[in-house]
Ligand binder design. Structure first.
Ligand code: DGJ
Length: 740
C-alpha cells in the first residue's frame, strides 16, 4: 500500500477550530495531530485507520487535543517530555508550531521484506522567546503498522543551552480499563512478563546500568486498552524505545482523562549542553496498534523487526554449537577441532569459540584478566585463528569467535598501556567488576572507539573466513567518570554515541558478518542495538523450563529469529534442574536453534536425537524464523502447560509447540486451540522430535477451522525414552502442519 497523508481542511460541518489535523497512516492505523501554526503541536488520535472524513471530524466527536511534546515551564510543570535551561538562566520552554512537511523515505532496497517505503512527517516547533527549535518526526511505515518517532533539538542561541530532559516522545492514552504488559527480571531470569492495571500514580520502568539495558526492566511496553490483556482480542498500543543506553519509561496517571506515556533517554545522571548550532537527536520510539490483542501487537513488532530493524532480518540463521557451557575457558586446538567435527556430524552449520582464546602476557584462563589483549594465546592455539577457520572449513561448517570489545581488566597489557582509557571517577580507587578486575572502556573517547573498531577490523582483515562474532559486555558502569570528557554529565549518552559510531563503522566495512549481542546473557535485548546485530543471547540460563517463561516474555516484542536458544547439558549449569533431552530440544527449537554443551559427553543415542532434531529444524526453520507467532496458552497463567505456534504468511505451513510446565497427580490440562491457520484449508500433522509410538493423529489431516475451534488431544502422559518418562513432569510435543 502506498503512503497517504492528508492535510484536511476544516470546512466540514460542526468544526470551528482553526486547527488543521494532519493524518498520518500505516496500512491499518491512523495517527492524527492538530497542527495549528503558532500553537503547540497536539495529539488527537491514534488507533484503527480512519477515513479522511472521520479524521477531520474527531473534534466534532468531542476529541480534544493533548500536548504532543509537553515542555517544562509554561503550564507544564509535572508532565514534561523536554526541559532546558537557557543561557540567561530561564528554565522554561514554550514551543509553538512554525510549519510542517512530509516526504517519502525509501526503504533499504536490499532487505527482502522492505519493499515498501515510509512516510516521514516533520513538525518544526520554535520557542516563543529563545532561538530554540525542536523538530518532531514521525516515520510511518507503509508495509507494517509501526510508526517511529523522535525529536531533533537545535540551539540557535550564541551561548550553550543545557538540556535537562530529552524524551523521544509523549503518547497520551485515553483512560478506561488500561493494563500494561512489560518485562522485568535479572541476570539468568530475563524477560519475565508482568501485567498490571494502570492506577493513579506513575508506572516507572527504567535502566541505569550504563552499558547494557535489559537484564532487569525492558524498554518496551504494551497497553491493553480494553481491560485485562488478551492474546487475541481488544485494542493494544505497544511501544519500544530503540536505545542501547539508560532509559526511562513513565506512564503518568493523574486527575485527567488521560494516561501519559513518556519515553526517552534517562535524564537522571545525564544532561547535555547544546552548543550554538548543535542538534541533539533523541532515539526512536517505535509504536504500534492492533485490535488483535497482545498477540497482534507482537506480530506487528516481529514483522517490523525483521523487515526494518534487525541486521539481516530476512536471512535464515545458522544452527550453531557455542563452546561456553561445554568447555568454559579450557580452549585448545584438539578440543575445538573435535567440537567442530561433532557439531558438523550432527548437521550443525557453525561453531563459535567462546571466551578464553586470547592473552599473551596474561593468559585468559579465568575471568580476571586479559580483556583488551586480543592476541591469540598460542599455548592453547599454537596455529592461531586461521587454523581454526580452516578446520571449520574442512568440517564443512563456518567459524565464529567471541570478543568483548568494550571492556578491559586491570590485569591486562591494554590497561598497563592506557590506564586513562577506562571509565572511573578520576582520583578515586578503581571500581572493578567481573573477576574482581574488569573495567569498562571509555567509548566516548575517539581513540577508544578506534581501538574497539580495530579489534573487529583486525580479526576480519586477517581472517576473512570468520562468519560470526559473539559480542559480549559483562559489566555496568560502576564508577561515573571519563578521563576524556570535559563535561561528566555527558558520560552515559556519549558512551552510547561512541558505541553506535563503532558499530556503524563495523557494519559499513563488514555488512555480512553475523553478530550476536550478548551481555552477561540477555542484557542487550533492545531494538537500539539490532540494526547492527543479527540476534541476542536471551539469557545465560539455558534451563528449558525457565527459558519457556523468558522466551515467552521476550516474544512480546522480539521475533524468534532474534532469540538465540540453545540445547544444553543437565543438570543445568545455572539452576541445576534436570530435564529430558527431548524437552530441551523442543524448547530450543522454538527460537534460533543452537547447542551449548560438550558433544563428546553425550551418548550415541543423544547424539542421534540431536542429529534428527537439527535435520527437522532445518525443514521448519523458515516457519519459525519468518512466520507469524501465535501464543496459545501462557505459562504465566499457571494452567500447567505452555503452547505457541508459528504460521507462514501464506498459511501453508505451521509449527505447533506444546510444553508441560507443571506436573501433579489428577492434573487436567486444557485442549489447546490452534490459531493463525486458514480455516478452509486442510493441514497434515506430523510429529517432530518424535520418540516412540506415533500419536493417533500422525499423518492425518484436519481443517484449519477444526484445529482452531477444537485443537488436538495431546496425551498428557510423559513421553520420550524410559529415563525421560521417569522425569514425569517434562512432556513436550512439536507438531508440523503442512497444508494439502
Ligand atoms: C557471558 C555470556 O553471557 C556467556 O554466554 C559467555 O560468553 C561468557 N560471558 C564468557 O565469558
Amino acid at each position: 500500500m502506498r503512503s497517504r497523508l492528508f492535510f484536511l481542511t476544516l470546512l466540514l460541518a460542526g468544526l470551528t477550530a482553526a486547527a488543521a489535523p494532519v493524518h498520518i497512516t500505516t496500512p491499518r492505523t491512523s495517527l492524527v495531530l492538530q497542527a495549528e501554526q503558532g500553537a503547540p503541536l497536539r495529539y488527537l488520535y491514534y488507533g484503527a485507520r480512519l477515513t479522511d472524513g472521520d479524521a477531520a471530524a474527531l473534534e466534532a466527536a468531542g476529541f480534544r487535543g493533548q500536548d504532543a511534546l509537553p515542555a517544562y515551564g509554561q503550564g507544564n510543570i509535572t508532565l514534561t517530555a523536554i526541559a532546558a535551561t537557557h543561557a540567561d538562566g530561564d528554565m522554561t520552554l514554550d514551543l509553538a508550531l512554525e510549519n510542517w512537511s512530509t516526504r517519502t523515505i525509501h526503504a533499504d532496497a536490499d532487505r527482502m521484506h522492505a519493499a515498501e517505503d515510509a512516510v516521514l512527517t516533520e513538525f518544526i516547533l520554535k520557542d516563543r522567546v529563545h532561538p530554540f527549535t525542536v523538530k518532531v518526526c514521525y516515520k510511518a511505515w507503509q508495509d507494517v503498522d509501526m510508526i517511529e518517532t523522535w525529536t531533533e533539538i537545535t540551539n540557535g542561541d550564541k551561548k550553550p543551552v543545557l538540556l535537562r530532559k530529552f524524551d523521544s516522545a509523549c503518547l497520551p492514552i485515553r483512560r478506561g480499563q488500561v493494563w500494561a504488559s512489560h518485562l522485568t527480571g535479572t541476570w539468568a531470569n530475563e524477560g519475565r512478563l508482568v501485567q498490571e492495571p494502570l492506577q493513579p500514580g506513575v508506572l516507572k520502568i527504567e535502566n541505569k546500568d550504563g552499558v547494557r539495558n535489559s537484564h532487569t526492566s525492558h524498554a518496551e511496553i504494551m497497553f491493553s486498552l480494553d481491560g485485562k490483556p488478551s492474546e487475541t482480542t481488544g485494542q493494544v498500543i505497544g511501544a519500544a524505545l530503540c536505545y542501547s543506553g539508560n532509559y526511562l519509561l513513565e506512564t503518568v496517571t493523574n486527575d485527567t482523562d488521560w494516561h501519559r506515556f513518556f519515553a526517552g533517554i534517562h535524564p537522571d545522571d545525564s544532561a547535555w549542553e547544546l552548543e550554538k548550532g548543535e542538534s541533539f537527536r533523541t532515539p526512536e520510539l517505535a509504536f504500534t496498534w492492533s485490535a488483535e490483542g497482545t498477540g497482534g501487537a507482537s506480530r506487528n513488532f516481529h514483522r517490523w523487526g525483521r523487515a526494518h530493524k534487525l541486521a539481516h532480518g530476512d536471512k535464515e540463521r545458522k544452527i550453531l554449537l557455542n563452546s561456553w557451557e561445554g568447555v568454559y575457558f579450557n580452549i585448545n586446538e584438539p578440543t575445538m577441532d573435535k567440537m567442530m567435527a561433532d557439531i558438523a556430524a550432527m548437521g550443525g552449520e557453525l561453531f563459535v569459540m567462546d571466551d578464553g582464546w586470547f592473552g599473551v602476557k596474561y593468559p585468559r584462563n579465568i575471568d580476571n584478566s586479559s580483556l583488551g589483549d586480543w592476541q591469540v594465546d598460542e599455548r592453547k592455539l599454537p596455529h592461531g585463528i586461521q587454523w581454526l577457520v580452516d578446520a571449520a572449513d574442512s568440517h564443512k561448517i563456518r567459524f565464529g569467535i567471541w570478543i568483548e570489545p568494550e571492556m578491559t581488566n586491570s590485569k591486562s597489557e591494554l590497561y598497563e598501556k592506557h590506564p586513562d582509557w577506562v571509565l572511573n571517577a578520576p582520583g578515586r580507587p578503581l571500581s572493578e567488576g567481573r573477576g574482581g578486575t574488569q573495567l569498562v572502556l571509555d567509548l566516548s573517547n575517539p581513540a577508544v572507539q578506534d581501538f574497539a573498531f580495530g579489534i573487529v577490523d583486525e580479526l576480519m582483515t586477517k581472517y576473512p573466513g570468520i562468519d560470526y562474532i559473539k559480542w559480549d559486555a559483562n559489566m555496568p558502569v560502576q564508577s561515573h567518570g571519563s578521563h576524556y570528557l570535559k563535561d561528566q554529565r555527558k558520560l552515559f549518552i556519549a558512551y552510547h554515541r561512541g558505541f553506535a559510531a563503532v558499530c556503524d563503522r563495523i557494519r559499513a566495512k563488514y555488512p555480512d558478518v553475523t553478530i550476536q549481542a550478548c551481555a552477561s546473557g540477555g542484557g542487550r535485548a533492545n531494538y537500539g542495538i539490532l540494526p547492527w546485530f543479527d540476534e541476542f543471547w536471551v539469557s545465560d540460563n539455558t534451563d528449558a523450563l525457565q527459558r519457556i517463561y523468558m522466551q515467552w516474555g521476550t516474544s512480546y516484542f522480539f521475533p524468534a529469529i532474534a532469540m538465540a536458544s540453545h540445547i544444553s547439558a543437565v543438570p543445568n549449569h545455572t539452576n541445576r534442574r534436570v530435564t529430558p533431552l527431548k524437552f530441551r530440544i523442543d524448547v530450543a527449537m522454538s527460537g534460533r536453534l543452537g547447542m551449548e554443551l560438550q558433544p563428546k559427553d553425550m551418548t550415541e543415542r543423544e547424539i542421534e536425537q540431536c542429529r534428527k532434531a537439527i535435520a527437522e529444524y532445518k525443514e521448519i526453520r523458515p516457519v519459525v524464523q519468518f512466520g507469524d507467532q501465535y501464543r496459545l496458552v501462557s505459562p504465566y497463567d499457571g494452567l500447567g502447560l505452555a503452547s505457541l505456534m508459528y504460521v507462514t504468511e501464506k498459511k501453508d505451513e505451521a509449527v505447533f509447540y506444546w510444553w508441560k510446565t507443571e506436573h501433579y497427580y489428577d492434573q487436567h490440562l486444557p485442549r489447546v486451540k490452534m490459531a493463525g491457520l486458514d480455516p478452509n484449508r486442510r493441514y497434515k500433522v506430523t510429529e517432530l522430535d518424535r520418540i516412540g509410538e506415533a500419536l493417533p493423529f500422525e499423518g492425518q489431516s484436519f481443517s484449519g477451522a477444526f484445529l482452531m475451534e477444537n485443537g488436538l488431544e495431546i496425551p498428557t502422559t510423559p513421553n520420550g525414552y524410559a529415563e525421560q518418562v521417569a522425569m514425569q513432569g517434562y512432556s513436550s510435543r512439536v507438531l508440523r502442519l503442512t497444508a494439502e
